[in-house]
Design a protein around this ligand. Sequence first.
Ligand code: MEV
Length: 450
Amino acid sequence: MPTIKGFSKLSKEAKIEWIAANYLGSDPQAIDFLKSYWHNDAATQKLHDEFIENTITNFYLPFGVAPNFMIDGKNYCVPMAIEESSVVAAAAKSANFWLDKGGFHTEVIDMEKIGHVHFIWNGSDANRLQAFFNDIHQKFFDHTNHITKNMQVRGGGILSVELVDKTAEEKGYFQIKATFDTCDSMGANFINSVLEEFSKILRNEIETTQLLSEDERKVQVIMCILSNYTPNCIVRAEVRAPLSLMNDGDDMTGEEFAEKFCRAVRIAEIEPYRATTHNKGIMNGIDSVIIATGNDFRAVEACAHTYASRSGKYQSLTHAEVKDGQFRFWLDIPLALGTVGGLTNLHPMVKMAYKMLGNPNAQELMRITAVVGLAQNFSALRSLVTSGIQKGHMKMHLLNILNQLEATEEEKVKIVDYFKDNVVSYSAAVEIFCKIRGIEVPAVASAKSK
Ligand code: MEV
């Protein structure tokens, strides 16, 4: 297959033609197909084109909503963008379960972001570097004022700047570690700009200081970058209810259900294999809100999993207990989110999501997002310790199977009705589909379903 130089300089049409000619067997239908996903309003499409380099078309994800989320006494209909069949249904089910039990409670514990200038200094006495650093400490604030003044007006800015000695782990390795309040923005650009300015200040000051010898006046800055690990930008979401209310019609009592539920959480606290799937379920909810609200789900994922490993062992992000006749279930999760900047003021669907949520600030979005993660985990565990996960999941996945089989709308209605009283599986769906169509069931119904 050919390579190409200067691809990014081609027009969008030329890019598509080149791809079709070289990678899609010169299929004219492939060109039409790609273009069929363009937005019919040219200005909206141009906006999307300019989000990234080499846009050739759009990639759809369903944008769903989970209503009835009562959070700190306020009702929300939460937008979620995700492809997995059962996620929105599970969130909505959990929201309904907790609606008449006081809903969800949240607390934003802290909002601190963090970044580092990683540098090498090969002097033999770190105390001398520390003394020099103390001498210039205020300059990190004063000489970045041109970058930080707007953030300061909004109530944020640089919170702290310190020197960290990492030489025990790597010869000559030091850090300028800084913490920030970036208010309602996620803050990546702000933090990185400040850090790059810090590195200039460090180099300029060290080269001219009289506090260090000539040999000590050399520093090599390796990189300046925010950390996506933000353990102090953290929110707690919680539910609680008397055990008597935890019986939701299953054949277990509230006590039995709560006890089994707490065991399931405990298993995810002690067993990393289970913790990974358990946390994945939490992230089903979190990521879908993060995507719908134009935030950086890769940053949130990376941070969540580092936080889940903070004890040295990968563990559950949620916890549960039964105490004094009360069931309590909570999630602590670092969420560095923004409601201004980035895509938030640009992407039309993101703007719609914010409107739906009543234009929350970053703290409120942290609360909502954490709640959806907790709700998701509650639904998953509730199914796992009662009916099992497949019953609900496969019911939601049924339409995907029927779409794969190219069932007509009429056939879908009949098949969905049939599965009201029957267990859904790929082969059962193929069987009933073939029966309704009057065709032979294939010997091996190849399972394409997840
Ligand atoms: C599936 O996407 C997520 C679950 O596996 C989560 C869990 O097992 O807790 C259902």
